[in-house]
Design a protein around this ligand. Sequence first.
Ligand code: PLP
Length: 391
Amino acid sequence: MSITARSACVFALYSPRQTGYRANPMSKPEPKPWILGIHAYQPGKSKSASGKPLVKLSANENPLGTSPAALEALAQARGEAATYPDPDSRALREAIASLHGLDPARVVCGTGSDELLNLAAQGFAGPGDEVLFSRFSFAVYDIAARRCGATPVEAPDRDFGTDVDALLGAVTERTRVVFLANPNNPTGTFLPPSEVARLHAGLPSDVLLVVDEAYGEYVDPALQSAAFALAAAHDNVLVTRTFSKIYGLAAERIGWATGAPSLIDVLNRIRGPFNVTISGQRAALAALGDQDFVRASRIHNAAERARLAEAVAALGNHGLSFSPSEANFLLVHFEGEVTAAQALEALGEAGYAVRHLPGQGLPRSLRITIGKTDDMARVIAALRTLCGEAA
Ligand SMILES: *Cc1c(COP(=O)(O)O)cnc(C)c1O
């Protein structure tokens, strides 16, 4: 074949004419309609309206930082930028399994638990299916449902918390996945193990229950492993955890999930092949080994959360109240002369960014992450001053 004949042949192969289809030259790629239905996740702010840097009590990060052992592991991983990480996060999965008494074959790691929540929706739901969760729960569930073309369905809350009967009442033959954040974000409310078991028992066995325990390590240790037991005993329960909250490794993006092998297999098929970085795997491994840091973080959080709750209760005559929280934040309600918007501004002036979520149906509430002791004292003083009480 001559050079010209060959290039003519190649030209014919790749000519758009060959396909018999010519797009209108003015047309552009069309996003799927369900993607356009997504409102991008709004992260917590760290600057005031005027651009002043604020102490961030808006993203539920650990105010005590990160375990020194994990920081040391991060520093040591710095020289290894040219190599791919272990695609199976094997050492990390084994350490997670050993700490929690799980089978490592039933554990998968993710780029944050966010990746795993999205994959759980994508693996089991699609166009025409429903993904169910409670009103006032984690904003990522709506995004995860829409990303795969499924329909997000919200069940009514009970007093800002999860209402098991309302969730069960909202199940239809199209429901494929139910998300439960426990403790819940942004409300902090907690369903005891008996209620989670009742929710599971009421679901059809072909509906996947995802129990998102991003704040699981903040809960009373006696109640911490109930969802793991549920996931070990049933083929339709996935439990997710993260290193972003109590472990203080949000920047590294490491989460994990446990469930039946058939569920883990689905997530392994669709996750990123190298989804946890070398530094992330090493840091998480070291962080797991420093349970003293985890305990200290839990104790600090419980004490400061109780102090904030008490201070808010003392401002009850000004219309302030809170939802009971088992997490590392408190949802404070403003139903008197002082509004949530005014409190947001006053806290900003005092140097603190907290979370106002009118877009999630909570215009009269602020979610305040539990911070360092002196910061919490200033937050309380600012709230008292705003209400006209002595700081
Ligand atoms: C913070 C949070 C997560 C964790 O997200 P990562 O991707 O692991 O950082 C998951 N679920 C809830 C409810 C959260 O608040």
